[in-house]
Design a protein around this ligand. Structure first.
Ligand code: ADE
Ligand code: ZN
Length: 328
């Protein structure tokens, strides 16, 4: 048996960041919005540095203006994930892009996303849960509105709260109110940290926001004591190697610290982050893990199991996905 026969679990995927460029181009044309500057000659997204990527990302989001747009986006994204063997996925969705932080508009957007997720589940056998996400560089006030939206819609489909965006802006403690509100509402927590910031940013995030998962977290590999604490606390890292290499957070796949983290018994998972922006898919991530580090079907099965046990869904869903993984 080869890892190519295995199904996959993905925990770190930005819904808009997974939008195929053709989808965004088509929607811009329908609405006569000119965002041609974000595409390259071959029709892909044109991105360079992380800061430039964020601008292109936000320009792509500007064409998504209604719940129906998000319903269509979700179908397109899940079709692509399912084609890459993903059977369980968690997607970051932001009230800032879905209705501008207005709770009623957010409700309509998330209902449309859930509707599409049900359709994709019936059609392609992929299960989706969502993590409501505030955007760090939009500031703490907008984060509060995102947390309120999250608390209002928390349930079987909206199961987590997190933070993405530019890690260089502000400090984790500026967002503690939002994380506390989300925790008290019963949401599970994750936060991007240690993608661009150093080990201190990971430590501050763990101390001030108390997430059970960290998005990226690769800077922890530079601090053995921090790795030990993370391993002991059972905090799970949502590592996105292809994203890190593409954006230059690490110099190459060979130099990616995922092996170091795993060797120190830190729980790692692997995801794509924003796949079409970074020329990746879950299949490519696994191919590169095989090619670079020699990870075989045993390693990748373990990766799936760590991800499934850290998933923000109920036990019945986990049992069902576990059976699907075992049957593959
Ligand atoms: N939003 C989308 N992708 C992101 C990333 N890699 N880091 C921070 N915020 C993001
Ligand atoms: Zn991310």
């Amino acid at each position: 048996m080869s890892w190519k026969d295995l199904s996959k679990v993905e925990l770190h995927l930005h819904l808009e960041g997974a939008a195929p460029p053709s989808f965004i181009r088509g929607m811009a044309a329908e609405k006569s919005i000119d965002i041609s500057g974000i595409f390259d000659e071959r029709g892909g997204y044109r991105t360079g540095s992380f800061e430039h990527f964020l601008k292109v990302y936000e320009a792509a989001c500007s064409v998504l203006t209604s719940p129906e747009d998000y319903r269509r986006l979700t179908l397109a994204v899940l079709e692509e994930s399912a084609a890459n063997g993903v059977v369980y996925s968690e997607a970051f969705v932001s009230p800032d892009f879905c209705g501008g932080g207005d709770v009623e508009s957010w409700r309509d957007h998330i209902a449309a996303i859930e509707d599409a997720a049900c359709e994709a589940e019936a059609r392609a056998g992929i299960t989706l849960r969502t993590i409501v996400t505030c955007i760090r560089h939009f500031g703490p006030d907008k984060a509060k509105r995102a947390a309120l939206c999250a608390a209002e819609t928390m349930g079987g489909f909206v199961t987590g709260f997190g933070m993405a965006g530019a890690e260089t802006v502000g400090a984790p403690k500026d967002y503690a109110w939002s994380f506390d509100l989300a925790r008290e509402a019963g949401l599970r927590l994750t936060c991007h940290a240690g993608e661009w910031g150093g080990p201190g940013m990971v430590a501050d995030t763990l101390r001030d926001l108390r997430p059970e998962r960290i998005g990226h977290g690769i800077a922890a590999a530079r601090d053995p004591a921090l790795m030990e604490r993370i391993a002991e606390a059972g905090v799970v890292l949502e590592v996105c190697p292809g994203s890190n290499v593409y954006l230059g957070a690490v110099p190459s796949w060979q130099k990616h610290p995922i092996e170091t983290l795993r060797a120190r018994e830190v729980k790692v998972t692997v995801s794509t982050d924003d796949p079409p922006f970074f020329g990746t898919t879950m299949t490519r991530e696994w191919e590169m893990l095989d090619k670079t580090f020699g990870w075989n079907e045993g390693d990748l099965t373990e990766l799936n199991m760590v991800a499934l046990s850290a998933a923000f869904c109920d036990e019945a869903t986990k049992d069902r996905i576990r059976k699907t993984l075992e049957a593959a």
